[in-house]
Write a protein that binds this ligand. Structure first.
Ligand code: ASP
Length: 437
């Protein structure tokens, strides 16, 4: 028998979760059963994803930074590349935040359903310690956010998911320090981290196999709990909000992938709008079907060189770095997801809270691995850092796979766009007639 793809299994998990919730609500089955015997599987799924996140961030960042081998030769190109990656990431998060604030996909939920959701999450968050960043925001010391970037004990931050930013910054610093050591000496630790990275990616794949059960448990328990003291028609209200949420993410991703990138490329380089989109098309399809930037790297490099004319020297440096640290689609998605969840739970986010979210997403997206579902982990941490209950992820987990496929397309298109711009500025964009076929 043909094996059902994970993607389909997750959709089946979602459908079963919705049906189970509908039946359970209709037959007025005791909520305690779902809370005690079904919900824990959803919690285990989210916890296992969170558990791999910190080692994954450290390993992929240190390895990514050290892919810049010869510092002197590559420092100029490296500077340009990192600058462009950073700028495009910040702009992507900003776009996501603006779009989510304008469309307000989470506000569709009525006051009654919202207050049920808040009550539910308040119960949960009362038992959870407030993250550090939030505590410091309450203190409001003007430079507290800078102080919070530097841990006084690295092992303490490693054991606390709300210290993501400290871990990302620490990993970058360690990566740079490692670059200063002769490659002969650092090779063994880099190879070890590379292997750890690969093993963690395998681990995520193993965890993702339980995604259908996790999605079933999360969706059914969420709906059953939310509707336990309200009308069942509210399920449809949440679904309606989800449709808005999905359309908002897809609209923003499409705008950037098929509008902004090719437009910028056609204005800044000699590659035309349609040449760029045509050249990158196959890589986009691979990204869409694998949901993995890493898996798309070989074809991305080939197409960037053969179809777009990026020299091998530039592509072999800019693209592997890009698939590790540059995730524009993921950044847009995370920004919309976080604001959506806050809106759905009726949580007001001040401008400073939204600025903190921009910083958290920008830095955390650097550490997201280019594998399916990797962003969920980081999104859970960004939510926690903003004091939005991470359990709110249950709201957006079900449609995540399809959004993952689409954001991965944007991720690799962004990497290719930066490669073309860097190559053009270095006069390394090879004419069609001179390219090797
Ligand atoms: N699947 C994405 C990628 O590989 C990462 C994510 O957004 O989860 O680029």
């Amino acid at each position: 028998m043909k094996k059902i793809s994970l993607h389909l299994q997750i959709l089946i998990g979602l459908a079963l979760g919705l049906s189970f919730a509908a039946v359970s609500i209709k037959l007025k089955l005791p909520v305690g059963f779902t809370v005690n015997y079904i919900k824990p599987f959803g919690t285990i799924f989210i916890n296992s994803l969170k558990a791999v996140s910190i080692p994954l961030i450290i390993a992929s960042l240190v390895v990514g930074i050290n892919s810049i081998e010869d510092t002197t030769k590559l420092s100029r190109i490296g500077g340009k590349t990192i600058f462009l990656y950073l700028i495009s990431t910040v702009l992507s998060v900003l776009l996501g935040i603006v779009v989510a604030n304008v469309v307000k996909p989470g506000k569709i939920i009525s006051a009654q359903t919202r207050s049920n959701l808040i009550e539910l999450y308040n119960k949960q968050s009362n038992t959870v310690e407030q993250p550090k960043q939030v505590k410091s925001q309450v203190k409001k010391a003007p430079l507290q956010f800078l102080i919070d970037l530097v841990p006084d004990n690295i092992f303490k931050s490693l054991s606390d998911n709300s210290n993501l930013l400290q871990i990302v910054i620490g990993s970058i610093a360690f990566g740079i320090a490692l670059m200063k050591i002769p490659r002969k000496k650092s090779k063994s630790i880099l190879t070890t981290l590379q292997v750890i990275n690969e093993a963690l990616v395998e681990l995520i794949k193993m965890i993702m196999r339980f995604a259908p059960i996790g999605v079933f448990a999360l969706v059914s328990s969420l709906l059953i709990e939310v509707t336990s003291n309200s009308s069942s028609s509210q399920i449809f209200e949440i679904l309606n909000a989800l449709v808005w949420y999905i359309s908002t993410v897809l609209g923003a991703l499409a705008l950037v992938t098929f509008g902004l990138y090719p437009l910028i490329i056609s204005l800044a380089t000699k590659v035309t709008y349609s040449e760029f989109l045509k050249g990158i098309r196959q890589a986009q399809l691979v990204a869409f079907s694998t949901s993995s930037s890493s898996a798309t790297l070989p074809i991305l490099m080939e197409k960037s060189e053969k179809e777009l004319g990026v020299s091998e020297e530039i592509s072999s440096f800019v693209l592997p770095l890009g698939i590790t640290i540059n995730m524009n689609g993921t950044s847009i998605y995370q920004a919309i997801a976080v604001i959506f969840i806050a809106q759905a739970l009726g949580l007001e986010l001040s401008i400073s809270a939204q600025l903190a979210i921009i910083a958290n997403i920008t830095f955390s997206s650097i550490g997201i691995a280019g594998v399916p579902g990797a962003a969920i982990v980081a999104t859970a941490l960004v939510l926690e850092a903003a004091n939005i209950p991470a359990a709110g992820l249950a709201l957006i987990l079900a449609p995540d796979r399809i959004l993952d496929m689409c954001r991965t397309v944007t991720n690799i298109t962004g990497d290719a766009a930066v490669a073309v711009i860097v190559a053009s500025s270095e006069k390394e964009l090879i004419e069609k007639t001179d390219r090797e076929i």
